[in-house]
Design a protein around this ligand. Sequence first.
Ligand code: AMP
Ligand code: ZN
Length: 453
Amino acid sequence: MPIFLHNTLKRKKELFSPLDPTNVRLYVCGPTVYDFAHIGNARPYVIFDVLGRLLREIYPKVTYVRNITDIDDKIITASRKNGEEISALTQRTTQYFRDDMKSLGNIPPDVEPLATAHVKEMMSMIESLIEKEFAYESEGHVLFAVKNFPHYGQLSHCNHDEMIAGARVEIAPYKRNPEDFILWKPSDEGIPGWESPWGRGRPGWHIECSAMSLKYLGETFDIHGGGQDLIFPHHENELAQSQACFGPQTFARLWLHNGMLTVNGEKMSKSLGNFITMRQLLEKMPGELVRFVLLSSHYRQPLDWNDQTVLQSRQSLDRLYNALRGRILNSETRASESIKSALEDDLNTPFALSALHEIASQLNKTSDESEKNQLASHLKASGAWLGLLQQDPEIWFKGDQGVDEVEILSLINQRNDARANKNFAEADRVRDMLLKMGILLEDSSKGTTWRHV
Ligand code: AMP
Ligand code: ZN
């Protein structure tokens, strides 16, 4: 079965046909490293990991590049705030990111380029843009002249006037036009900077990805991915820079964007108090559970993170691991066709998860031991396509944290019911019981959360 993927550029699902079937090339924008990654950041990396797994099953070679953005003004601000050297900060947070990716069961990308190691490549791209008159120098800055690139807006499907009206562009004295964006900017003393033909400075964010994808994947490659928030301006600008250098039809042929993750129905933000880092989450629950939740809705849809979804996902994983428990597995068994066809249809992970449940149901129905073993092998092989069910079931049930998230959440529900019925003695009893288990409850207007004492 061929693969169909939704291309943001064309706004429709299209048949995936790689430029070079002997080497499928995929670029995903990596994290900006200055703090812990949050649960929303984890979504694209799990989704594109599943895409990588699917492509590797079908094609002999996949080159997956995911950069690390270690040059960014957010990094400079964080380093000042923490009183920490920039390189120490970026190395520390890059390591957090890699640890989180491992806990989520993601296969590392084939290349993980650092922006700081590719400034030379960025400069040479900027020089070529100036030469072709797609960019100009002004007061130590180099800007991309949006008006000179007629296809600008092709990815985000907006035109110049709409962009300016939407006030998504910054007006500055060194710009010819407000929509022009930065390729290079000057660095004051004490700020990271590289000597360049335009003085000591640093690259803008967008040119980083154009230069690194060029180096590792070439002028034209197959798939570019990221969250929907990156479509404009980041991806629109990457596309403009690269096509201005190499011509129309170059750069990524297919663009995939995941929907945004919300927490209890709201956009995640520090001020709303609903900001969840991967690190906090992984202290409470296994990475595989987080992964399951992230795959439980279709990647293009929004996904809400809430206790109910976590609980349901926990129950689903328990049911699937229960089917594997005590079974003699044959590692030669192939994955189910229904998993494969679900993923080939624009990465339909909810369908693929229900196909796993279908195998578990068949297994639970039969009393034939060899058929059960056969179905369990089939289940595990199918789970591998999603990066799930690869642990020893006994380890899954023992739980890596020593606390049972489902039990905690159901006790919290019990306490909430008691409080709603004004049975405060019962509510306090449940709270104390949790405290004895080492779990502290915290109530706020957003509901009850828990943490280890
Ligand atoms: P950043 O480090 O902010 O550049 O983000 C890394 C990745 O996370 C990008 O692909 C973003 O599109 C994605 N991302 C950020 N916030 C969310 C969110 N709330 N839901 C889903 N993806 C997100
Ligand atoms: Zn990028």
